[in-house]
Ligand binder design. Structure first.
Ligand SMILES: [Zn+2]
Length: 235
């Protein structure tokens, strides 16, 4: 798949490039063919990332679209968490107020409800990204993008994402890279990339960082697959 991505990088270079379709053929493709194939890739963050990573000339022109794509990915999830947190807080408040409401005696059911809503509130708090996630989005996106751009293949699975299963039958997800196929950056490097210290990264920022990295990688990969298919049709 690196092959079709590299085609984008060579887009501004020679007028024709060879495409290894994986079937032994290496037909000539013109830059027009490549541009046309790219137009077949569904618009969205995946395609923006594909272009930004592999076709830097285009990335400079499409900075706004890339920004909009990142916002469109992260903001709905942030809103969902904030809504879940606020709902859990409301339910905990109601449970607390209901204890012995109007001078009545506290029932076992009320105690149970208070405990239930308290646990739910704790879970919602633990699952929520930092309050200033949206303010930090530009920095986070830049760091994630840079990790995507410079990532090396996982040494253990060589980018294959799998390892032989323990029972000797078939394969299982590579433990080293969590099945991403890439060697993850250390927490220290990620922390420094977002201007936080190590403990702030692991306590607050790691969940949103790894969520963004996983989603953005998957979207870019889906776009690269679509691009590869369109190129094969053009070839
Ligand atoms: Zn691996």
């Amino acid at each position: 798949m690196g092959n079709v991505r590299e085609l984008l990088g060579s887009r501004m270079g020679p007028t024709t490039v060879k495409l290894d379709t994986g079937r032994g053929g290496t037909p000539d493709l013109t830059t027009q063919d490549i541009a046309a194939a790219l137009a077949f890739v569904q618009q969205g963050l995946g395609r923006e990332l594909l272009e930004a990573l592999w076709w830097p000339e285009s990335a400079a022109r499409r900075r706004d679209q890339l920004r909009q794509g990142v916002i469109g990915l992260v903001a709905p999830e942030f809103n969902r968490q904030q809504f879940a947190l606020s709902t859990a807080r409301t339910e905990f408040g109601i449970a607390k107020a209901s204890m012995g409401w109007g001078g009545g005696s506290v029932t076992e059911g009320q105690r149970k409800e208070l405990r239930r809503t308290e646990i739910a509130l704790e879970a919602a708090r633990a699952g929520a990204w930092p309050n200033n996630t949206m303010e930090q989005l530009g920095v986070l996106a830049g760091a994630v993008f840079s990790e995507m751009a410079t990532a090396c293949s996982c040494k253990k699975c060589d980018g294959g994402r799998t390892q032989p299963a323990a029972d000797g039958l078939g394969v299982t997800k590579c433990e080293e890279c969590g099945g991403s196929g890439f060697e993850p950056l250390s927490g220290r490097k990620r922390a420094s990339a977002i201007g936080a210290d190590c403990s702030a990264y692991s306590r607050f920022w790691q969940p949103v960082y790894t969520w963004m990295l996983g989603r953005m990688r998957a979207m870019e990969e889906a776009a690269a697959t679509e691009f590869g298919r369109a190129l094969t049709r053009a070839a």
